[in-house]
Design a protein around this ligand. Sequence first.
Ligand SMILES: Nc1ncnc2c1ncn2[C@@H]1O[C@H](COP(=O)(O)OP(=O)(O)OP(=O)(O)O)[C@@H](O)[C@H]1O
Ligand SMILES: O=c1[nH]c(=O)c2[nH+]cn([C@@H]3O[C@H](COP(=O)(O)O)[C@@H](O)[C@H]3O)c2[nH]1
Ligand SMILES: NC(=O)CC[C@H](N)C(=O)O
Ligand SMILES: [Mg+2]
Length: 525
Amino acid sequence: MTSQLHDERILILDFGSQYTQLIARRVREAGVYCEIRPWDATAESLIDFAPQGVILSGGPESVHFDAAPRVTDVVLGMAVPVLGICYGMQALAQQLGGRVEPSSHKEFGYAEVRARGHSRLLTDIDDRVNAEGHGLLDVWMSHGDHVAELPAGFKVIASTPSAPIAGIGDDERGIYGLQFHPEVTHTSQGQRVLERFVRDICGCSGQWTAGNIIDDLITRVRDTVGDEHVLLGLSGGVDSSVVAALLHKAIGDQLTCVFVDNGLLRLNEGNEVMQTFAQHMGIRVIRVDAESRFLDALAGEADPEAKRKIIGRTFIEVFDEQASQIDNVQWLAQGTIYPDVIESAGANTGKAHVIKSHHNVGGLPEHMKLKLLEPLRELFKDEVRRIGLELGLPAEMINRHPFPGPGLGVRILGEVHKPYADLLRQADAIFIEALRAEGWYEKTSQAFAVFLPVKSVGVTGDGRRYEYVIALRAVETVDFMTARWAHLPHTFLDQVSRRIINEIDGISRVVYDISGKPPATIEWE
Ligand SMILES: Nc1ncnc2c1ncn2[C@@H]1O[C@H](COP(=O)(O)OP(=O)(O)OP(=O)(O)O)[C@@H](O)[C@H]1O
Ligand SMILES: O=c1[nH]c(=O)c2[nH+]cn([C@@H]3O[C@H](COP(=O)(O)O)[C@@H](O)[C@H]3O)c2[nH]1
Ligand SMILES: NC(=O)CC[C@H](N)C(=O)O
Ligand SMILES: [Mg+2]
């Protein structure tokens, strides 16, 4: 927290909601910087953060459990506005002397809420007005408990037939609670409600815009780096490309990019990256051919987590070697973004399960020679994309689907072999080309082929074929935390399947992955 742009900030305390990240993205969209901390973060860290306001997320627990998460006294003692959402409201209500009960009618999904009592939070925010002049809001609910009795000093600010206390407020102290979720898009006025809270009630002016963020990042990078040299791991993906453009602008010649061809890239990826950056943007990029090094390191390893760790470690070895060949390199820059950090937080605090170690965060070795420079560490993907466009990167680069650093290494199930990677590259290229040609690339968030090392029998031209299987994966998602499998047309899948089997000798069968996240993940390993 070193810059003026961070002077205005909102603290979001996470009580385990599926939507905590959405709250943060919405607050950012309102032009205000915010950070997410666990509900039981230490008092010092919260006081140190010194927010202008606090939002308490929803959560799966019930306030009646003995060990139920609590709103720490520090938050209530800060004398700044507080907004509790769902569990956050229930916890506030109970701790401030109200009562929370299990409902006989659980509410999941759409509800029509009546705004009442002219609170500062909801006044003049409505979807329609009823005959008595009360504002009505279309909202989204997801709860089993409800507030049955108000704490002292509060009034009801919203109600539904099954939850008469669907919102509470104390305008004087600036403490509010909403049983519904303003952060989800199904709550049509949700953005306005959150904006009302962070701008009008907390008094933040909304400086967090792409232009301001860039100026701020440039100043901070210059202050941090001084006259030292920076090595950037450039993958050609959205995040590291934006870092390249940003650092080029901030420190010019003090930047060298290293693009590692680890043998696990998509077809022609290497040439495309070199063309865009080295030729068109005049950025210094070293291409390191490390295919055999990565494949040798992976040889015989079938375990997904072990493979991820090997890949992460080998990346760092390559970066270290390159750094030692350039004068005065002290920094390793990476395109790490906020969701990478949040997802890995579980791994650091031991609170959440480690689902998989993303190579650039959880996969880093303990001892590193270079200091890490991660200018996008506080930003969400949509913010990174906006900044990239503002910095002049081509839209087609900014709108690329993400590609994980371990690449085909986690899309070839089990042991990685070069012939498998070659087959997978061809199948993936056919799939992506077809998606682009049929207008589906933009409509999906991420799509790729997966190599299954099992053989199945086929018949082609009266001959028997006994070859491998390719799975196609395409998902729609906003934040990659949850995803829906893309409902691609059957005719389209048919066309892709036939092309893959006809054009690639080593493949005898194609299947389509119809698993959501959760319960599956986007990548297969
Ligand atoms: N082949 C590579 N060569 C050099 N660095 C890489 C390579 N692959 C990944 N990295 C480094 O690891 C970081 C994380 O990878 P990640 O895939 O999350 O981001 P990205 O490739 O920049 O963007 P995207 O999420 O759009 O793919 C990158 O930002 C980059 O610094
Ligand atoms: O840079 C990365 N390094 C990794 O190790 C990694 N693992 C998964 N991903 C990407 O993260 C998103 C969510 O993936 P999962 O649902 O498979 O966890 C998807 O977009 C995945 O492609 C990674 N990106
Ligand atoms: N979404 C939530 O925060 C739910 C809160 C609480 N677990 C309930 O069922 O009421
Ligand atoms: Mg990538």
